[in-house]
Design a protein around this ligand. Structure first.
Ligand SMILES: NC(=O)c1ccc[n+]([C@@H]2O[C@H](COP(=O)([O-])OP(=O)(O)OC[C@H]3O[C@@H](n4cnc5c(N)ncnc54)[C@H](O)[C@@H]3O)[C@@H](O)[C@H]2O)c1
Length: 702
């Protein structure tokens, strides 16, 4: 027997037990162990077999590392076939989170029982691939065409109860799972029930396959724009009806290899592996220990302070919020309460959870109350003098070793840290709005920030279920710094005669969650404008620079909050609609400033916005503001609505080809304002060497 898969005989029943910590991934060793056991069991007299896993979960899924190496022998099909071929009934005993290959194994068994808390999913689509171990052929046979499509196109796991309703499992059991599975198997033996092979079933609902697949294709074109894997998945599932099982399996296999190698599949995997790199910070050794965090202090009960407080209360960590007046505290708390209330109404939060979370949040007007906090996060107005004043006060009351964080988006945190006697404990913790929802946390490592403070911040991100990416101090850090040229080009295109709708549509067609001008309307047009006013002395001497936003601010058209900005929002549904007055205002201003009207095409809008962003990303990588190009990709995928199927801006640039990006930038240097089109030295070097950001990263980390 193998180290990770063993069998034992209990009475008439064999138990095959997989024990491959931490999550019973279907590695080559596990497959080889299963093969050995099921081959050996042919010679045993057991009348039924239970397949179960030790530890916290049933088989959690395939081995992602094999995407790079190719699947090693024995392959999934061979092993699953062996299980399905068993002459005696095989019962899968499922607990924890069975995903992908784990579920494909379970449905190759003849019967399935699951613990109450179990979840079962085929999430391959969320990685740009399709189930490739028979899932597309067996699942429709097991639960019917439409339910199988829902499961595979949605990618969300089913609870045990939902799986039972769907017919995916036969029983939900309480108590000891293996005991329950054994009892189930004994019962099968007593009833004389033999193997029940999924592959021998026909697909319920299969008679309507052509119309069902066509409808799903049309829907996927709308909801999963620019993506190919949903179409491939539909091809594979269609074959479960139109082809015999073995042909269907062969077809699935060829399609599966095709999507794994395609850009989309590689992009998702890139982001998956990029997240695993985030904790590797140059100069910080892997054995640095985190500081203990059991109590939080927040300064500022506004939009961000409230949202950040919720993040911690949601994780069970008590929070004390300080503001300047009781009225501000009450207002902040009322917003928090309203947010929780909304979750309760929606059914995503139980009333007792709401009460428990609210119970963890207290308020104060007295700095002394923050003295016991392990971490204090400042989220007051974006004003350097104010932040310095607050950090001096925090320095006076915070206990030794407490971490002092700031949520500033733009200010120099080194300068803030310098007012304290403990700059080693100061760090940027840049949350995104709404803080309780957005996934990204930019962790800004200042010149003097101690290594264990950075590590603690990374752990905090994990505790509050965010993606923590470390950046160095610079204007805008990683995310907002790259947004600057991106937005600049979008606004310049407006000055050149593109309508806001044309600009935003071009970006949304590329796959951005929302066009940048609509984003400005949502965030408040004045926000960006005011930061530019504060930094006017540092900005380019260009009267067209972010001019549309300035004009809108002057008019008081501040976006959604005033009902109009780049668009109008006065319909009953408050959806954006073009605003001819705003468009005329931009045209008039362009005329006044003598901006040539060139009506940039969709492709030009996309290239200008994205390539200027990528160029800034190259500078950020070169300067070490981001430790890796893949960190930049994580920031954009987690916090800026960059399409995951394109892998983030730097990965995307690699897929376009850096030489293509570079040549285009040089072309823009001639055709447009040359001050903005200076290729980053790193981009130029890699482009001319025929290299890529990925290759550069691999060389840097070697
Ligand atoms: N809103 C965003 O989208 C966003 C995103 C990321 C970062 N930020 C940053 O977060 C910070 C806060 O932004 P916000 O949008 O929450 O602002 P806000 O105006 O909603 O809230 C600021 C809060 O700080 C309080 N405050 C002001 N002076 C104070 C003082 N001396 N002591 C204690 N409390 C004081 C105010 O009463 C108010 O409740 C800013 O630095 C901002 O740049 C904002």
């Amino acid at each position: 027997m193998s180290d990770v898969v063993k069998y034992s005989i209990s009475g008439d029943i064999a138990v095959v037990m997989i024990d491959s910590p931490p999550v019973n991934t279907m590695t080559r060793e596990v497959r080889a162990g299963l093969k050995k056991c099921f081959e050996a069991l042919r010679g045993e007299s057991a009348k039924a077999i239970v397949l179960a896993c030790a530890g916290r979960t049933f088989l959690s899924g395939g081995d992602m590392r094999e995407f790079e190496t190719g699947v090693q022998e024995p392959g999934y099909h061979e092993v699953l076939r062996l299980i399905e071929d068993s002459k005696v009934p095989v019962v899968a005993a499922i607990h924890g989170t069975a995903m992908g290959g784990g579920v494909e194994t379970a449905i190759s068994c003849h019967y399935r029982v699951a613990a109450e808390g179990a979840r079962l999913g085929l999430p391959e689509i969320t990685l740009g691939i399709i189930p490739g171990a028979g899932g597309t052929q067996r699942m429709p046979r097991l639960i019917g065409l439409e339910p199988a499509l829902d499961m595979m196109l949605g990618g969300k796991p089913l609870t045990a109860a939902q799986a039972k309703d769907a017919g995916l499992i036969d029983a939900v059991v309480g108590g000891d799972l293996v005991e329950a599975a054994l009892a189930y198997a004994r019962d099968l033996v007593a009833k004389g029930a033999g193997p029940r092979r999924t592959r021998e079933r026909s697909v319920a609902g299969g008679e309507k396959v052509a119309e069902v697949i066509a409808a799903r294709r049309a829907q996927a074109a709308k909801t999963m724009r620019n993506r190919n894997s949903p179409n491939v998945l539909l091809d594979a599932v269609e074959a479960s009806v139109t082809k015999p099982f073995d042909d269907g399996i062969a077809f699935e296999r060829s399609l599966s290899i095709q999507v794994e190698r395609a850009v989309e599949g590689r992009a998702f995997r890139h982001l998956f592996f990029a997240e695993r790199e985030l904790r590797k910070i140059p100069g910080i050794s892997a054995d640095v220990k985190s500081r203990r965090v059991t109590r939080l202090g927040i300064v500022g009960a506004g939009t961000m302070g409230g949202g950040i407080s919720m993040c911690f209360a949601n994780a069970g960590i008590p929070v004390t919020i300080l503001d300047v007046s009781q009225a501000n505290l009450d207002k902040g708390l009322a917003t928090i309460r309203k947010n929780y209330e909304r979750s309760v109404t929606r059914g995503s939060l139980k009333p007792e959870q709401r009460d428990q979370r609210l119970g963890l949040i207290s308020t104060t007007l007295d700095y002394a109350a923050l003295g016991s906090a392990d971490v204090i996060i400042e989220a007051v107005f974006e004003n350097m003098a104010l932040k310095k004043e607050i950090f001096a006060k925090l320095d006076a009351v915070a206990k030794p070793g407490a971490i002092l964080g700031t949520n500033t988006s733009t200010l120099d945190i080194d300068e803030i840290a310098a007012v304290t006697k403990r700059p080693q404990d100061v760090i940027g913790l840049h949350f995104f709005s709404p803080a309780n929802v957005m996934q990204l946390l930019e962790i800004v490592q200042c010149t003097k920030t101690a290594a264990d403070v950075v590590v603690t911040a990374l752990d905090i991100a994990k505790t509050i279920k965010k993606v923590g990416v470390v950046a160095k101090v610079c204007y805008g850090f990683i995310g907002n710094r790259m947004m600057d040229p991106y937005g600049r080009e979008a606004e310049r295109c407006v000055m050149e005669g593109a309508t806001p709708q044309e600009v935003d549509s071009a970006l949304e067609d590329f796959g951005m969650a929302m066009g940048i001008l609509a984003v400005y309307d949502m965030a408040g047009i004045d926000i960006g404008h005011l930061t530019r006013v504060a930094r006017a002395h540092l900005l380019p001497k260009d009267p067209t620079f972010y001019r549309p936003t300035a004009l809108l601010t002057e008019r008081g058209w501040l976006g959604q909050k005033t009902g109009r900005g780049y668009y109008r929002y006065d319909g009953a549904d408050r959806k954006r609609t073009p605003d001819p007055e705003a468009i005329a205002m931009f045209a008039e201003e362009a005329k006044r400033l003598g901006v040539p009207q060139r009506k940039p095409s969709k492709q030009e809008i996309q290239e200008r916005c994205l390539y200027s962003m990528i160029n800034e990303g190259a500078l950020i990588v070169e300067e070490g503001v981001a430790a890796r190009a893949s960190d930049v990709d994580t920031v954009y995928a987690a916090g800026y609505g960059f399409p995951r199927y394109r892998g983030g801006p730097m990965f995307y640039a690699d897929t376009v080809g850096l030489k293509v990006v570079y040549d285009k930038i040089m072309e823009f240097q001639k055709a447009l304002d040359p001050q903005y089109w200076q290729p980053a030295p790193l981009l130029k070097k890699l482009a001319l060497a025929g290299s890529s950001f990925a290759q550069y990263q691999a060389e840097q980390t070697r």
